[in-house]
Design a protein around this ligand. Structure first.
Ligand SMILES: Cc1ncc(COP(=O)(O)O)c(C=O)c1O
Length: 371
């Protein structure tokens, strides 16, 4: 049975036994704000060349980013509708309004469709680097500067990716990521980080997750409790050591899928980015062509019977769901179309050539049988 994401194989590939790391932290007894947390922050900063603050999860990271920007009731924040719900919910939790923009066929916010949705109330543009691949962050930044808007990258899925040779999480005013276990860099629980090179914003980003304190009992911001725990930091330090190698492996997996699948007419494979635009392939997501899109459930179930897991990211565009449909839903045609046709295949650095061929061959034969 092939695994969609294989954390066990990853663990066996680590240079150190994580049980040892965890045991050491237990013996030290500093479960919150232990020395591993600041070591990790330094390593993250070194890796992408931007100051980093570790937090409890990727959703909090987004909330803290918007709090630091002082997003408040009545403000509007531009996001894609094709995303995980966190991107929208953090805006609503602050009483602000998500303004949904369509995606392009790379699953990222459509740069040409942002401008018409900017209003006098718009405060920020928050693109998502979907499935591990960034949109053109520099272009988004330029557009935002024209309108005096803040920019936040939801890089939950894209830590380690590159856009125009810049690392994801290093380009916009504030960037966030998630270390949820299945993410390209994942811990063994919840975790996340926030990045900013703006000194004033960074001060707030460092303060808010610690109840808004600078020093004990000195509350300077309305804060929250969102600290990354020491055990997760210890695990991430070890995983970071093999992360670059894993990104290379993920790209090889994607290239092999492309080799096996690109000629097959009934699906569209994801575009392989150029050198300066690196994907970390948080997902390998194909688009089913129209003739077979309505057979997606059957395709998934037949693949499952052959021991091949698949997943749907994301079948429900946020603007169509109960709580988010009261917000705008205009000009989201590509989002609606793609959500019906996406299918994510197993993707992790330790898939073998044989497994990739097995998935690809069976995908083709299952679709041929159904069609
Ligand atoms: C695009 C996106 N944003 C935000 C998050 C939230 O991250 P977390 O689960 O760590 O809160 C996720 C996690 O799946 C995500 O994919």
């Amino acid at each position: 049975m092939i695994k969609f994401i294989d954390l066990e194989r990853q663990r066996k590939n680590l240079p150190i036994d994580l049980n040892k790391v965890i045991k050491e932290i237990i013996n030290e007894g500093q479960f919150i704000s232990g020395k591993e947390v600041s070591s990790l922050e330094n390593l993250l900063q070194e890796y992408i060349s931007s100051p980093a603050v570790a937090v409890a999860n990727g959703t909090d990271a987004l909330s803290i980013a918007l709090m630091a920007l002082n997003i408040k009731p009545g403000d509007e924040v531009i996001i894609p509708s094709f995303t995980w719900v966190s991107t929208a919910e953090v805006i609503c939790l602050l009483g602000a309004k998500p303004v949904f923009v369509d995606i392009d066929t790379n699953f990222n916010i459509d740069l040409n469709k942002i401008e018409p949705k900017i209003s006098e109330k718009t405060k920020a543009i928050m693109p998502v680097s979907m499935f591990g691949r960034c949109p053109d962050l520099m272009k988004i930044k330029e557009l935002a500067m024209q309108y005096n808007l803040f920019t936040v990258e939801d890089g939950a899925q894209s830590f380690g990716a590159k856009s125009n040779n810049n690392f994801s999480c290093n380009v916009l005013d504030i960037s966030t990521t998630s270390f949820f276990p299945s993410k390209p860099l994942g811990c063994y629980g919840d975790g996340g980080a926030i990045f900013s090179k703006d000194e004033d914003l960074l001060k707030k980003i460092m303060t808010i997750p610690k109840h808004g304190q600078i020093g004990r009992y000195n509350y300077v911001e309305i804060g929250m409790n969102s600290r990354l725990d020491t055990i997760q930091a210890g695990i991430l330090i070890e995983k970071l050591k093999i992360f670059e190698d894993e990104i290379i492996k993920r790209n090889l997996v994607a290239q092999l899928y492309e080799k096996h699948l690109h000629k097959y007419k009934l699906i569209t494979t994801p575009k392989i980015p150029s050198n300066e635009n690196r994907s970390v392939w948080a997902q390998y997501t194909i688009i089913l062509n129209n003739e077979i899109a309505n057979k997606r459930d059957e395709i998934m179930s037949n693949l499952k019977n052959l021991g091949i897991p698949t997943a749907l990211y994301y079948p429900v565009p946020l603007h169509t769901s109960k709580v988010y449909k009261k917000f705008n839903s205009e000009d989201l045609d590509t989002t609606m179309d793609i959500a019906k046709r996406v299918l994510s295949l197993p993707m992790h650095p330790y898939l073998t050539k044989e497994e990739i061929k097995f998935v690809s061959d069976n995908l083709i034969s299952v679709i041929n049988e159904i069609n």
